[in-house]
Design a protein around this ligand. Structure first.
Ligand SMILES: [Fe+2]
Length: 330
């Protein structure tokens, strides 16, 4: 029997055929895996969503949802999209394989399942899941740190989540890829993480900053980039963190980039960042209306600071959502 200390992982086995399910379960248990065994696709999906599972072994043909649709549903949920799924098929036909790949399956096993092959696949995919978990944990730590900085200042509460959502909406509106939208979603949360190094007397100062305080504040872009740099999955987020305070005429910071030298994703984040800052209360002024904010943003765009196409796209996005809102309330 396996003990808790030697437990190698939790495997969800879904097969309607007892003569397949039982030997698989037994083999995995003997090799120190905890097994959750189920008989149909519906139960498999339910367990995958509610239990802390490391790997799913799915029969393709089952009563109710097939292995393909369960696999697709698992991969479609943000919470389970990195959960490895192995499809077990009785038919070694190419079509099944293609359908499985399209459904997002990580690997395949053919019946009758060979013992050594099964254990080797399970070992490597559980290891992969551990790496993914570590990565997710690191991301969670960064996001928690970013939120704790935000929480210091009651005037910026909710700013990160709003920014994350509006940056993705703007990116989607101008047709950016799913990956770029994902980079923007993350950067909305962590873009100001470097403020962890800014002392409170500067960070929370209600009035304008003097030259020295401004210099300290401006370092949050470089420090933020340094904090997130070790995380490989954040490599496309780093330029957004570093350059979200640049201006098109080169008067921004920290590198005085000009025009399109500022990456598009960084320009998107700064566009929604400025809008959000102007439309929320500050210690020194009340929140501005949408109309007044757009007026200021257009004025600053003419001055050479912001990307005119993005300001126009944001304006369009706000009009769309207002129309949608008024249509919903009509
Ligand atoms: Fe910032």
């Amino acid at each position: 029997m396996s003990s808790i200390t030697s437990l190698k992982g939790v495997i969800l086995v879904a097969d309607d055929n007892e003569s397949v399910r039982e030997p698989l379960t037994e083999l995995l248990r003997l090799n120190c895996y905890r097994v959750i065994a189920v008989e149909n696709g519906e139960e498999a999906f339910k367990q995958a969503c509610s239990q802390d599972v490391d790997l799913v072994l799915l029969d393709v043909m089952m009563p109710g949802p097939t292995g393909f649709s369960v696999c697709r549903a698992i991969k479609a949920r943000p919470e389970t999209r990195f959960l490895p799924v192995v499809l077990i098929t009785g038919l070694a036909c190419a079509e099944d394989r293609i359908r499985g790949i399209e459904a997002g399956a990580d690997d395949f096993l053919h019946k009758p399942v060979k013992k050594e092959e099964l254990l080797a696949r399970v070992r490597s995919l559980v290891r992969l899941k551990r790496y993914t978990d570590e990565l997710e944990n690191a991301e969670t730590v960064l996001c928690t740190l970013a939120r704790s900085i935000e929480a210091k200042d009651p005037y910026t509460e909710g700013h990160c989540d709003r920014l994350s959502r509006s940056a993705v909406s703007l990116a989607e509106k101008i047709g950016l890829s799913r990956e770029e939208c994902n980079d923007l979603r993350r950067s909305g949360i962590v873009h100001d993480i470097g403020k962890v190094a800014v002392p409170d007397f500067v960070l929370l100062k209600p009035g304008p900053l003097d030259v020295n305080e401004r210099r300290i504040m401006e370092e949050h872009t470089i420090i933020g980039e340094r904090i997130c740099a070790p995380l490989r999955s954040f490599r496309n987020v780093l330029p957004i963190i570093r350059w979200h305070h640049e201006k098109r005429d080169g008067s921004g910071y920290p590198d005085h980039l000009k025009g399109d030298e500022i990456p598009l994703t960084a320009r998107i984040l700064q566009t929604v960042d400025i809008y959000d800052s102007l439309t929320t209360d500050r210690p020194y002024r009340k929140a501005l209306s949408r109309e007044k904010t757009m007026e200021i943003m257009w004025e600053e765009t003419r001055r050479g600071w912001w990307d005119a196409d993005l300001v126009a796209a944001l304006d369009g996005l706000l009009t769309d959502s207002q129309l949608a809102l008024s249509a919903a309330s009509a």
